[in-house]
Design a protein around this ligand. Structure first.
Ligand SMILES: [Zn+2]
Length: 233
């Protein structure tokens, strides 16, 4: 066993993951799990301390690239980036920022699918730290409980505000909705553009990536067709 593990480690060391290097894995946007990979001690330091540290480190990156940080235009950039990372574009890493969702009884007895479409979101690719811009479409059938429509939007934004890969973003939203709405009858479709594909690397400006999650009754082709009809309207 020990010998096997050592052999495996040597194999990974020599050949990378499945024969691919970490660089290739990142460029092909292969993701490793449903949970955002976080350190055990991710929240041992405060947001303020994180901002201080990022400010210093980002200043170093700019300095290494040869930028003159005494220039009036650049002087405030490290602080702005740090604040933007922690308070805005990566605020979804902190569970304290998870939207509070109240459930209501389905008083109207509406028992068909509810579709909230074209929820615009901005996320960032975890392999390149450049934007992913897209639209999420969500559908669910009430199990007797409903949530405010704006909450569907907020749940999307919360998971988008993390370094992400689109497959994980899709599944994280779906798992949250399943738990929150207490139903398996959930569909999530995400259509997004990855700037790491359009502005660098392969530089394909026209392609988009579509991912989906279908659970419960949404696994039936008739329900998928109905949903597609609403989305095409
Ligand atoms: Zn990327």
């Amino acid at each position: 066993m020990k010998h096997q593990e050592t052999m495996l480690n040597t194999l990974i060391k020599e050949n990378g993951l499945n024969g691919f290097s970490h660089e290739e894995i990142g460029d092909d946007h292969i993701y490793t799990g449903l949970e955002t990979p976080m350190k055990e001690n991710a929240f041992d330091i405060s947001d303020d301390r994180k901002k201080e540290k990022i400010e210093g480190l980002f200043a170093q990156i700019m300095d290494v690239m040869g930028l003159d940080l005494t220039d009036d235009s650049l002087r405030g950039t490290p602080k702005r980036v740090a604040k933007m990372y922690i308070d805005e574009i990566f605020s979804g890493l902190n569970p304290a920022n998870k939207p509070k969702v109240a459930l209501f009884d389905n008083k109207y007895q509406y028992n068909q699918m509810l579709v909230e479409k074209n929820i615009t979101f901005y996320s960032n690719c975890e392999h390149h730290f450049v934007p992913i811009i897209g639209k999420a479409h969500i559908a669910y059938i009430s199990s007797g409980k409903v949530i405010g429509l704006s909450k569907l939007n907020r749940i999307v934004q919360y998971y988008a505000k993390r370094p992400q890969v689109q497959e994980r973003l899709t599944n994280q939203i779906a798992m949250d909705l399943k738990a929150t709405l207490q139903t398996e009858d959930i569909a999530v479709i995400i259509d997004a553009k990855h700037l790491c594909v359009s502005s660098r690397g392969i530089k394909d400006d026209t392609s988009a990536t579509v991912t989906s999650y279908y659970g419960g009754v949404f696994l039936k082709s008739s329900k998928i067709a109905e949903l597609q009809n609403y989305l095409n309207e």
